[in-house]
Design a protein around this ligand. Structure first.
Ligand SMILES: [Mn+2]
Length: 338
């Protein structure tokens, strides 16, 4: 017969007093960036996210200036604000296609990433399906992308009317080929679509990411073809529509020690059109604000790390209230809709 102490001890362990499973037991890979909660707390004060800028250079410049992440040094020159250290900005992909300056947007993130790193901040730029489509098959480059390359030819070191291949071999292509697919930041996953197409058990979820890393170890078009699969973590649309899928996503995230997902890709995700929003349970934040078709002039997710960090985890809410806010072009902060 079990002693009373063993029963109490069993209940205590089951209640979660056992040592927590280490979050994200995944080996390093160029397919992802990992920033632990400890590292977050040591290096940053603010976590920002933006998604689906889609060639809208003027809008993203204005937003970054409104957020004081960048300053304007001329009509077409925006640089990282060196007076604002300890900022972590996650860009969730789809820099190109839509607005008229796709190449300008990519070069802006490229330059700002370097300037931010030199000034005690960091930009983590992730891959979107539009970049993957270009890198998988240069023939998909449309005339808007190529005319944006033509206008930016001096910066790219290219001659008049560059081809998609020349664009791919320029700094534009070099930056895009360096983009990882996902970021594990604290206890949250960041990815363009975010959908994890795996069974719910721990080994299936770990195997899913092991396969992604193995695909990513081969450079070349096949890695981009893989993430263009309609069920991939970069390309899946509308997974968030069904409650059953949302609950299974929570299970899969929990298998990695995670408790949140930040994603873009669908401007109507979670039932909110063209605004950054959170689901009522506080597990998902969608960042696509519909810049592609001009649904909004864009907005930034802003999270104060002092509010967010709880031990080794990040908390989306405090007493049911969202911990992050939304910054609009006028520089004002708003409550996150849910
Ligand atoms: Mn997309």
């Amino acid at each position: 017969m079990k002693s009373a102490i063993a029963v109490i001890l069993g209940a205590w362990v089951a209640a979660g007093a056992a040592p927590a499973q280490a979050p994200v037991p995944l080996p390093p890979s160029p397919a992802w960036v990992t920033i632990s909660t400890e590292q977050l707390r040591a290096d940053f004060d603010t976590l920002w996210a933006v998604s689906d800028v889609h060639g809208r250079l003027e809008e993203i410049d204005e937003l970054l200036v409104a957020a004081k992440l960048a300053t304007r040094e001329g009509e077409d020159l925006v640089v990282w604000n060196r007076a604002q250290p300890r900022q972590l900005v996650v860009a969730l992909g789809d820099y190109i296609d839509g607005g008229r300056d796709s190449v300008g947007v990519v070069l802006r993130f490229d330059q700002l990433s370097e300037q931010a790193a030199a000034a005690g901040s960091r930009i983590v730029a992730l891959l979107g399906n539009h970049e993957a489509a270009f890198l998988a098959d240069l023939k998909t480059a449309d005339r808007h992308l190529l005319s944006s390359a033509h206008r930016r030819r001096a910066e790219l070191g290219l001659h008049k009317r560059p081809t998609a291949e020349e664009l791919s071999n320029s700094e534009f292509g070099r930056f895009l080929r360096g983009l990882p697919v996902v970021a594990f930041i604290g206890s949250w996953l960041f990815a363009h679509s975010g959908y994890i197409d795996a069974k719910d058990d721990r080994s299936a979820v770990q195997g899913y990411f092991a396969r992604l890393a193995s695909t990513w170890s081969h450079e070349g078009p096949e890695r981009y073809l893989a993430v263009l699969d309609p069920q991939s973590i970069v390309s899946d649309h509308n997974w968030w529509r069904r409650r059953s899928r949302r609950s299974r996503m929570k299970v899969r995230l929990a298998q990695l020690g995670l408790d949140g997902l930040v994603f873009g890709h669908d401007p109507d995700a979670l039932g909110f059109q063209d605004v950054i929003a959170m689901d009522p349970d506080g597990w998902f934040i969608k960042v696509d604000a519909g810049m592609k078709d001009g649904g909004s002039p864009g907005m930034l997710l802003r999270c104060d790390l002092a509010r967010l960090v709880r031990g080794t985890k990040l908390a989306m809410t405090t007493d049911g209230k969202p911990n992050c806010q939304v910054l609009t072009l006028d520089g004002k902060l708003h409550d996150l809709p849910r």
